[in-house]
Design a protein around this ligand. Structure first.
Ligand code: MEV
Length: 317
């Protein structure tokens, strides 16, 4: 039996960007990801304990959704996700409260909006109902919701968002927390073209099946970049990180993961003083990330702001 807490509970979770290794990570290769703390999802649980008003509800104004969580409404993806969470936590029949979700992370843009929303909801339920879940348990539950959203995700998004730390992630291996000795400055810029991770993974997989040798070689090269990238990250080597980001972008570009707009953003970053830039996340649109030294970040960000729908300057430490 779940108690009836009298106050509401609010939790947040960040966005993320992929520094190296997107797509290859789906096939068991390593990748490096960072939390993007400037954007976040917020989940608020409001109690509904009176017997007259005992329907669990989801309210998500960003997507115009107000729905009860009962069987009749299970078609909507977010309703499905929330029901999966309640089911995993074993509270489907006892939970009668309202879950209010807002997020400033653009949807389908490679910044982890789905994992962020699920993480915020699970963290809020954890606090609200005193479930005492560990971060690892939260991460596992978020992964289950990512499978509903994206089909066969690697698990990197839920892990970086649940832990809120830069990580080296590889499926079936322990996740390594990374920590640069100096703050690293990145600019994330949105191309304004949405692209769902579900479709991106499917597109990449289809191309991979048709061209196995090329893709296998590309993913081995990306793995080398990730290995070198880990050392460059942990030693705060801006220059090397930039070179490796450019190399990773070239490979993704050759595999067709980029678009004209993302390539213009990458080119603009480099021409205005960034040390490296690449597409970040699922690609086929979405965001790019550029690394820039302190002296140049203003030029780079104002050049990007002219052509990007949204730019964010972030410092990873
Ligand atoms: C991760 O943000 C993007 C992809 O690598 C998918 C995944 O890892 O699940 C394309």
């Amino acid at each position: 039996m779940v108690n009836c807490p009298v106050t509401s509970t609010t939790s947040t979770a960040p966005a993320k960007f992929i520094l190296f290794g997107e797509h290859a990570v789906v096939y068991g290769y390593p990748s490096i990801a960072c939390p993007l703390l400037q954007l976040k999802s917020t989940a608020k649980i409001t109690p509904h304990c009176s017997p007259q008003n005992n329907h669990s509800r989801i309210i998500a104004p960003d997507i115009n959704l107000v729905s009860s969580l009962d069987k009749s409404n299970r078609k909507h993806k977010l309703v499905k996700v929330i029901n999966t969470i309640l089911n995993s936590l074993n509270i489907t029949s006892t939970f009668k409260d309202s879950i209010h979700v807002v997020s400033d992370i653009p949807l389908s843009s490679g910044l982890g909006s789905s994992a962020s929303i699920s993480t915020a909801v699970i963290k809020a339920l954890n606090d609200h109902l005193n479930l005492n879940l560990t971060t690892e348990q939260i991460n596992k539950f978020v992964y289950e919701t990512e499978v509903i959203q994206h089909g066969s995700p690697s698990g990197v998004d839920n892990t970086v968002i649940a832990y809120e730390k830069p990580i080296l992630y590889q499926k079936d291996y322990p996740t390594e927390a990374l920590s640069p000795p100096v703050p690293l400055l990145f600019i994330v810029a949105n191309s304004g073209t949405p692209s769902s991770t579900f479709n991106s993974i499917n597109k990449f997989t289809k191309n991979y099946k048709n061209n196995k040798r090329v893709y296998d070689t590309a993913m081995q090269n990306i793995t080398e970049i990730v290995r070198e990238g880990k050392n460059a990250f942990n030693s705060g080597d801006y220059k090397l990180l930039g070179q490796l980001m450019n190399q990773n972008h070239e490979i993704l570009d050759a595999l067709g993961v980029t678009t004209q707009l993302t390539n213009i953003l990458v080119k603009t970053s480099l021409e205005s003083g960034a040390l490296g830039a690449k597409i970040s996340g699922a690609g086929y649109g979405g965001n790019i990330v550029a690394i820039t030294e302190k002296e140049h970040y203003q030029e780079v960000s104002s050049a990007l702001a002219k052509i990007s729908s949204h730019t964010i300057i972030t410092q990873i430490s």
